[in-house]
Design a protein around this ligand. Structure first.
Ligand code: C2E
Ligand code: MG
Ligand code: MG
Length: 672
């Protein structure tokens, strides 16, 4: 029997239409009986007296009347009492049935209560009941277990203070409000603090509790502890958004942060891209573990300097990005960069090596240089590359002109392509002198580009561009072919002793294909290569040290001499001279110009000269412009030198004339 049906019957049993009122009913029976008795006696006696005159008959009728009275009253009593007893019996039967039903319902309720208590007590779900004032009414044991409280009383008063962070209190009061308005809230997450101070994450479903007995509105919340899942998610998130080496946010996290700031329509902010200058050099020369240490060191320097409204991320490799929040003046950006440079610019010591860290920095400003993440990043990147190509170790703010500059470079690259195809190049030669007697020792081949519309363009301008675009390979192949055929012609003319120096860019030196081609040109030269000098720079070492050393050795095996060009600039170090099997060291013009400064500068120059000589390398002084410099070099026994003082680079016709002139005195001598 279903419960509903049973309950319905129970109510029928207690139907009140057939009620018994003991006093009223007894009175009613007594009154009816008295009236009937009185009427019977009075009327029957009167009729008997009036109708019957025979005494004997009257006595017999009186007796029969008495019997009739008894019969009638018996029938009356039977009928009235029977009806009542029927009702009473009915009621008692129903009572018995009701009792049975009630006791089975009670039994069922007890079972259900036990089940409910079992669920509330043992279910791994937080169940709390609270009222509209946020006061806790009931908390199940699992909630205490999760939160680490043992039914402590303190938990009940100001419970929010115990289990919520200050951030979360606002969130929680929002939840209360929404629940009061909407009556039901599903799947919302909150962060709670346990008694021991750790965090737990709980997902809630709440609703209004329908309790007619209580005047207050009460709410019930069911919470599931999702801390483990959340922690796993956070770990995954951490991996997805963190750079594992430095622990800083990564590129994805940075983009999100920029988007977040853009969405908030935050007042101005600056996006900085930082690139560590010559990082590859550190990596290649000292190994990746040192490179990693350097990146961590830099990450630490930046983190120390930036403020809470700022943000730092590692984009990958040696690139970092910083967001400077809420700046009002460009000066603030400069100040921060200055602090970073001061912090990072201190000499960095590791494994007995010391480094000076320099940074190329590009800045894009919001909103001036873009109002969306891609444009801002692109512009910060353009500015950073521009600061690199301008010579590194500098800050560049994005400007339209940088972009125009890029367009200019694209235009130049096109023209350069044309120049390669239509032979707009020419080689000039700068004589290298034996300083002691001012005689010509050899020549350095220097490239000249005679561009149709602009005239001569300096190699200092187009070679770095050609290196960036890869056009250097074709150019350098042309240079080697032309210079070597020139040298062949000199040899054929008896100028075998005249050396020819050819510059080889680090790009070609480390390129597998182009290097093999240059190598094949040298092999095909088929003549004495001992008076051919290949000039390389230290920048090659920064790119790929091991490869460079291998390649230099290969060139030497072919018979050419190797010169280390521009020594005294950039990353000059005596270690490089030691590492590279060079024959000649060319002292850079900037180095030579210091000899006129008396004191420390001059002392450094003289000791470097001494050292290089001791290492058994031939020395060439570059960029000699004054007689004083010349004299100094002669006095310090520098063997060779080139410079405007003696001769600028000259075209081949002038070289040939010079060589012929050189021959003449000896011819004249022979003639004598
Ligand atoms: P570099 O190899 O160090 O060449 C010497 C540069 O110094 C030349 O500049 C030369 O004209 C200049 N110079 C020589 N003496 C003096 C002087 O007394 N005073 C001053 N102010 N300058 C002097 P140039 O020809 O403009 O070449 C610049 C650089 O371009 C070269 O420096 C070299 O690194 C590069 N370069 C030139 N030709 C080639 C080439 O064929 N291949 C490669 N890879 N690089 C080249
Ligand atoms: Mg050179
Ligand atoms: Mg040089």
């Amino acid at each position: 029997m279903s419960k509903n049906k049973q309950n319905k019957e129970n109510t029928n049993l207690l139907d009140t239409n057939r009620k018994i009122n003991p006093l009223k009913d007894s009175l009613r029976i007594a009154i009816w009986y008295s009236i009937f008795g009185l009427l019977w006696i009075t009327i029957s006696d009167f009729l008997l007296y009036w109708l019957v005159s025979d005494n004997d008959l009257e006595l017999r009728i009186a007796t029969a009347k008495g019997w009739l009275f008894v019969i009638l009253t018996v029938v009356f009593i039977f009928l009235t009492v029977r009806r009542r007893i029927d009702i009473i019996k009915d009621f008692v039967d129903k009572m018995i049935l009701t009792k049975k039903v009630l006791s089975s319902t009670e039994e069922e309720l007890l079972i259900q209560k036990a089940i409910t208590e079992e669920i509330i007590g043992k279910a791994p779900v937080i169940i709390i009941i609270w009222d509209q004032n946020g006061e806790l009414k009931s908390v199940n044991p699992y909630a205490f277990e999760v939160l680490g409280y043992k039914d402590d009383l303190q938990f009940y008063s100001n419970w929010q203070d115990f289990i919520t962070t200050s951030d979360n209190i606002a969130n929680l009061s929002q939840v209360f409000k929404r629940l009061q308005v909407e009556g039901r809230l599903v799947n919302y997450e909150t962060e709670l603090i346990t008694k021991s101070g750790s965090k737990v994450y709980v997902i809630w479903n709440s609703g209004i509790l329908d309790r007619k007995d209580s005047g207050n509105t009460e709410y019930v919340s069911f919470g599931v502890d999702i801390t483990e899942r959340r922690n796993a998610e956070n770990t995954l998130k951490g991996i997805a958004y963190t750079d594992t080496l430095t622990g800083l946010p990564n590129r994805v996290a940075l983009e999100n942060e920029v988007k977040r700031r853009l969405a908030k329509i935050e007042s101005k902010f600056a996006l900085l891209y930082l690139d560590l200058d010559n990082f590859k050099y550190v990596n290649d020369s000292l190994g990746h573990h040192v490179g990693d240490e350097l990146l961590k060191y830099l990450a630490n320097c930046i983190s120390k300097v930036i403020k809470s409204k700022d943000y730092v991320a590692r984009l990958g490799g040696d690139e970092f990005a910083i967001i400077i929040g809420n700046y009002t003046k460009k000066d603030q950006v400069f100040d921060l960069i200055d602090k970073i440079k001061q912090e990072a610019g201190k000499t960095w010591y590791i494994y007995n090596h010391s480094f000076y860290i320099s940074l190329s920095i590009g800045v894009a400003l919001y909103p001036d240089n873009g109002t969306e993440v891609n444009l801002l990043s692109k512009n910060a990147d353009i500015a950073m590359y521009s600061s690199k190509s301008e010579g590194k170790d500098r800050i560049m703010f994005f400007e339209e002109t940088i972009e125009q500059n890029n367009l200019y470079h694209i235009e130049m690259a096109k023209k350069l392509q044309n120049a390669i195809e239509s032979s707009e190049f020419e080689l000039y030669y700068q004589p290298i002198f034996t300083l002691a007697d001012n005689t010509i020792h050899g020549f350095e081949a220097l490239l000249r580009w005679n561009e149709v519309s602009r005239g001569f363009i300096s190699p200092a301008e187009f070679i770095p561009l050609a290196e960036n675009t890869g056009q250097i390979y074709a150019i350098e192949r042309w240079v080697f072919q032309s210079a070597l055929s020139q040298k062949k012609a000199w040899n054929a003319n008896g100028f075998n002793d005249i050396t020819l120096s050819i510059n080889l860019s680090s790009k070609t030196l480390i390129s597998d294909v182009s290097f093999a081609i240059i190598e094949s040109y040298l092999k095909e030269f088929n003549d004495d290569l001992s008076t051919v000098v290949v000039e390389i720079t230290e920048t090659a070492l920064i790119t790929d040290m091991h490869k460079v050393i291998m390649r230099v050795e290969k060139l030497k095996e072919l018979g050419v001499k190797i010169a280390l060009d521009d020594f005294g600039t950039g990353y000059s170090s005596l270690t490089h001279i030691k590492l590279l099997p060079v024959d000649i060291v060319k002292l850079d013009r900037s180095f030579i110009s210091q000899v006129e400064n008396k004191g420390k500068d001059e002392m450094i120059v003289s000791s470097v000269i001494e050292l290089v000589k001791k290492l058994d390398h031939q020395l060439v002084a570059e960029g000699i412009e004054t007689q004083d410099q010349y004299d100094y070099l002669v006095n310090n026994k520098v063997e060779l030198g080139q410079g405007f003082l003696m001769s600028k680079p000259i075209p081949i016709q002038s070289v040939n004339l010079l060589l012929e002139k050189m021959r003449q005195p000896s011819n004249e001598k022979r003639d004598d």
